[in-house]
Ligand binder design. Structure first.
Ligand code: ADP
Length: 354
């Protein structure tokens, strides 16, 4: 449906998007995640024709659109800062894109009603957009983009300005809508939780490049790089020097304590190399630490209540700090001495460039 090939976009010295290639399938909900400044918006803007890349090609529905203006591409973008027309009614705002695409007034009215209904704003058509709440305005912006039935819907952090509760609600509505309409969409966000919960596939960006593309489970369970392992989910990291590698298991001595632990090798790693092991916080076992080859002992320095789980910060006896999660809400207090264990396959281990 969409193919981006070897796309590069620089602003002076800054390479915002660096040789990126990706493919989005028909009907897919594809997210791009990464920290602020990693190039997500620039990539999206290049796809929508709002920026001109220096290199690379973009094809949409089999046609190359790299040189086409934004209005001449079958895409529609929803931005974080809405860009609704303040002095127009909801109906007029939604009609705007359809007029530009030359649709007849009769079919416009019918479509507007249908899409207002879809975004749960039936009866709001005659209101002025400045009489709407933030969430309602965001729904109008979404309806305005969806109503033209673009081949590709582009969403640039559309929910970032909303409060948490509303964001989760709209995010679920967006998910339902996208599926119901089988609208191909690319969603840009710095929030990996949103991306993982509503996407078919996710691309993780870092410094202008794509580190990995995969479905949410793949990214969570088999992160291709240390960056992805650290970015997706909450984790603790262990750095050390490799003493042995065998059958995909890396044994390494921790830099801070000298204790030896084992991890799952995620790439070519040899003895003597510096490595980083990444363990998701929920994979630590405080109940039966002795049942795992990897064990450390320490003192609880901080207890953070998080609703269904509690996060503990452990001061490891021989050096280093480790965060762990437990579902046991009442058992732990600052100052307690505990042991923590984890399985080697839950410790994704990567070579670290010296
Ligand atoms: P993200 O969306 O991941 O936060 P952006 O695509 O906005 O990242 O930015 C990527 C990099 O490109 C950043 O270093 C940013 O400062 C730079 N950049 C983005 N837009 C411009 C611009 N119009 N002029 C100069 N630099 C820009």
């Amino acid at each position: 449906m969409l193919s981006v090939t070897n796309l590069t976009k620089s602003y002076g010295e800054v390479t915002a998007v660096d040789d990126v290639s990706l493919h989005v399938n028909d009907g897919e909900f594809f997210s791009i995640v990464g920290p602020s400044g990693s190039g997500k918006s620039t990539l999206l803007r290049c796809v929508g024709g709002l920026e001109r890349p220096q290199e690379g090609t973009i094809t949409l529905g089999g046609e190359e659109v790299s040189e086409r203006e934004a209005y001449d591409r079958d895409t529609s973008t929803v931005f974080q800062n809405l860009a609704l027309f303040p002095h127009m009614t909801v109906n007029e705002n939604i009609a705007y894109g359809m007029k530009r695409r030359g649709m007849e007034p009769e079919s416009r009215a019918e479509r507007i009603e249908r899409y207002l209904d879809l975004v749960d704003l039936a009866g709001y058509g005659e209101r002025s957009t400045d009489q709407l709440s933030g969430g309602e305005q965001q729904r109008v912006a979404l309806a305005r983009s969806l109503v033209v039935r673009p081949a590709l819907l582009l969403l640039d952090e559309p929910l970032a300005s909303l409060d948490q509760q509303l964001r989760v609600q709209l995010q679920n509505e967006l998910y339902e809508l996208q599926r119901e309409l089988t609208q191909t969409a690319i969603y840009v966000t710095h929030d990996q939780n949103v991306a993982l919960s509503i996407s078919d596939r996710v691309a993780v960006m870092n410094e202008g490049r794509i580190e990995q593309i995969g479905d949410p489970q793949e990214l969570y369970e088999n992160p291709a790089t240390e960056f992805v392992a650290r970015f997706i989910g909450d984790s603790s990291q262990f750095e050390g020097t490799v003493t042995e590698v065998e059958d995909g298991v890396v044994r390494f001595a921790l830099s801070e304590s000298g204790a030896e632990v084992e991890g799952r090798s995620m790439g070519p790693i040899s003895t003597g190399a510096t490595v980083c092991g990444v363990v998701k916080l929920e994979d630590f076992d405080l109940e039966r630490p002795q049942s795992h080859p990897n064990q450390l002992e320490g003192t609880i320095r901080r207890v953070s209540y998080r609703g269904q789980t509690t996060k503990l910060l452990l001061d490891i006896t021989d050096g280093g700090l480790v965060e762990v999660l437990t579902a046991d809400l009442d058992q732990y207090t600052v100052g307690d001495e505990v042991a923590v264990g984890w399985a080697p396959q839950d410790c994704s281990t990567y070579g670290v460039d010296a």
